[in-house]
Design a protein around this ligand. Structure first.
Ligand SMILES: Nc1nc2c(c(=O)[nH]1)N[C@H]1C(S)=C(S)[C@@H](COP(=O)(O)OP(=O)(O)OC[C@H]3O[C@@H](n4cnc5c(N)ncnc54)[C@H](O)[C@@H]3O)O[C@H]1N2
Ligand code: MOO
Length: 395
């Protein structure tokens, strides 16, 4: 059987980072920045008030209370500024440019709020409540490095330095197709022998969580021809495709039957539990990677974590590798088949202990949903004693 590491290495060798595109602000959330972003201007671009109040010369209010004539009103966005003369005050709003002459702002709460003249009750130091031009960013300064994942705050600084678009690797578009004649859309009635399709929902959500754009293409039955048609339709919008089911040894294995003759997708047994039957390859002129995952719900989920997620990381411009693991102490003894790496479902506690959940079958979706970690047991280990140290992949 092929090792887990060899299978991952084959996948990573076949997958390329997506080419950067010029993405508009509306499209760039979750993308990976592919340029070094600098600010063309200082931010803030001009000295401005941090508070609603009065711009003054601080020397004029060293003895309080003092009443000063109010000579102007400066809302944010104001472009016509008159200087503040000695012994005068200007009413100013948060974000409005500081008028020449003034060196401090007195918050309105420390005054009588007058419009024609103002009584100021507390003195302030020069610079009080003034935000200086360039104190956030100098003109020409780097605000985001290439390789940064663009979240809401990063999107904010892109817009904040005046850019409409940036060069970025887009989120990989991943189409998810589940196969199986027994599958019924959740919400519909079940006849004998049928189950509700859960894998396509889990896998599409896992794609999104991994920074991709997941598209659920729905289910196809057991007909390889129908699957090929569906793949043909979906390939145009896919950077990768995931199928679930139809890859083991049964009489109706549509994924294996449809893809094996193409010669670009290999079906292999990987030395792991769950997730032994795996298909991987590329499709079409654009060599779109396809992950043919096993149908058992826990198997497809674990396969996603081990193989698809690292591939998506690489497509986004990062080093794709095995998921990070931590060391924990198992509160129960563990069993694992010889020659296969096990990924047992467990609950990792804040005190560094881990307990396997009850129900370790590959079909036991509820047990998976109760877990927050995968306990890894190496290929050459068949039993782990209670209290032993184990490696755990947090979910
Ligand atoms: N004779 C053998 N039988 C099996 C082997 C084997 O080596 N020899 N391998 C077993 C292992 S391990 C796995 S894993 C499964 C993989 O089977 P397939 O990938 O062909 O998947 P299916 O047969 O279509 O389904 C398996 C199981 O999962 C349920 N399923 C499928 N799709 C969904 C879905 N979208 N949502 C929820 N549940 C789904 C399906 O009903 C089956 O119960 O093969 C073993 N057999
Ligand atoms: O290897 Mo299968 O994925 O256990 O049920």
């Amino acid at each position: 059987m092929k090792s887990v590491d060899a299978h991952l290495a084959d996948i990573l060798a076949a997958v390329r980072p997506l080419a950067p595109l010029e993405l508009e602000l509306e499209q760039v959330l979750g993308a990976t920045l592919a340029e070094t972003l600098t600010s063309p201007v200082p931010l803030p671009p001009f000295d401005n008030s941090a508070m609603d109040g009065y711009a003054v010369r601080s020397v004029d209010i060293s003895d309080v209370p003092v009443t000063l004539p109010v000579t102007d009103d400066v809302p944010a966005g104001s472009q016509e500024l008159r200087a503040v003369g000695p012994g005068h005050a200007v009413r100013i709003m948060t974000g409005a440019p500081m008028p020449a002459g003034a060196d401090a702002v007195v918050p309105v709460e420390w005054t009588d709020g007058g419009k024609v003249s103002v009584r100021i009750d507390r003195p302030v130091q020069a610079g009080n409540a003034v935000r200086r031009a360039g104190e956030d960013v100098q003109a020409g300064e780097v605000v985001l490095e290439a390789g940064t994942v663009i979240g809401p705050a990063q999107l904010g600084i892109i817009a904040g330095v005046g850019r409409r678009s940036v060069w970025a690797r887009p989120r990989p578009r991943v189409v998810v197709i589940s196969t199986g004649a027994e599958l019924v859309e959740p919400g519909g009635p079940l006849a004998l022998g049928q189950i509700w399709d859960s894998n396509s929902y889990t896998l599409t959500a896992a794609v999104r969580e991994a920074g991709g754009e997941g598209f659920r293409a729905g289910t196809v039955g057991d007909d390889p021809g129908v699957l090929l048609e569906q793949l043909d339709t979906q390939l145009v919008r896919a950077d990768a495709i995931i199928t679930s089911g139809g890859v083991s040894m049964g009489a109706y294995e549509p994924v294996k039957e449809a893809l094996s003759p193409l010669g670009t997708v290999r079906f292999e047994k990987v030395a792991m539990q769950p997730g032994m039957p795996q298909g991987f390859g590329v499709l079409g002129d654009d060599q779109v990677p396809i992950f043919a995952l096993p149908g058992n719900p826990v198997s497809s989920f674990v396969s996603f974590k081990l193989f698809v997620r690292p591939a998506l990381d690489k497509m986004r411009g990062f080093n794709g590798g095995m998921p990070e693991s931590v060391t924990a102490r198992t509160l129960a003894s563990l069993r694992s088949p010889a020659g296969r790496r096990s990924f047992l479902r467990g609950v990792l506690a804040p005190d560094g202990t881990v307990s396997p959940v009850r129900g370790q079958g590959s079909h036991q979706l509820a047990a998976l949903a109760a877990a927050n970690a995968l306990i890894v047991v190496a290929e050459d280990v068949t039993e782990v004693a209670e209290g032993a140290s184990v490696q755990v992949i947090p979910l």
